[in-house]
Ligand binder design. Sequence first.
Ligand code: KG4
Ligand code: ZN
Length: 344
Amino acid sequence: MYILALESSCDETAASVVSCDTKKHPNGIRKNIRILSNVIATQIDVHRQTGGVVPEVAAREHVGKMLPVIETALSQAQVKITDIDFFAATTGPGLITALMVAAETAKVLSLIYHKPLLPINHIEAHIAVNFIHGTAIRFPALALVVSGGHTELILLPRVGAYQLLGRTRDDAAGEAFDKIASLLGLSYPGGPAIARAAEKGKAGTPTLPRPMKDKKGYEFSFSGLKTAVFYATKDQKITPTLQANTAREAQEAIIDVLVHKTAKAIDEFRSETLFLAGGVAANTLLRERLTTMAAAKNILFFKPDMVCCTDNAAMIGVAATQYLDVKKRAKPQDIRVNPQWELV
Ligand code: KG4
Ligand code: ZN
């Protein structure tokens, strides 16, 4: 089976060809999932000029880039469009006009080539990209979802089933990285900029809070951390040392809370597998800390390759492998984007 998957929910225009077998492993995951191409046209340089994503600007950029990105994805995979069995596109959550570009393009392809269109949830896709590990995965599994718009702990009792354990009450982890970076005069996107600056920094100067760390349950809150950074740096000259130290401590604070709550959830729900998902999964320190924690608990830990952490279409294609034998499907022309589509 060949799937052509499209993604344009925020600031990356992406297309990917994913292949798989029709058969499934005993754990319910489709056999032989392969990412044959994963093409991403990033808009980072455009949005750096405004320090963040302006939705209409993002949508216009997607319109210009979508078709060339699809052509490259097909040619890199050495698959003809007439060989595609399913089209898939992110239909939410995300920025409405941006989402519409991938969704409308996929609808047209689906109608022209008479192949089904699978509408895919962006957050499910961030988690499901880990399903390429196939039969090695054991359930129940826990997913730590950390992106620009989401911070959630989600339990998967089995493949395709999602239970929300807790989410952020305010800012997402990626948003905290981005806003703190902006306070420190670091460039967009903030996550990688903080991680780079932190390499030369010293933790504990200033000391920042670990919000919600010792509270019961699995809710997060990161807006207070941003305020703490504001007051810790207010009226000070932003020197490279202040930048590095504050970045280091802020990164430590965010990761400390994420790892602590994740470890608690693993114990309470006896998860056999941990999935890391979302753009913040690209953070090297977070990957290392979770690797150590999962090893200490003797559970499986899967994290996406770097290129599959931030937004991409391969994750949409891999998520789509779960929906190939759904019997009743909406007609492509009836599929609508939903900017607020919550997975759970
Ligand atoms: O999943 P994603 O690409 O887009 C959304 O669905 O939101 O996540 C983007 C987020 C941004 O907030 C960005 O700063 C963060 O992921 N990010 C990182 C790193 N790379 C990207 N955060 C921390 N460390 C990184 N290396
Ligand atoms: Zn994302």
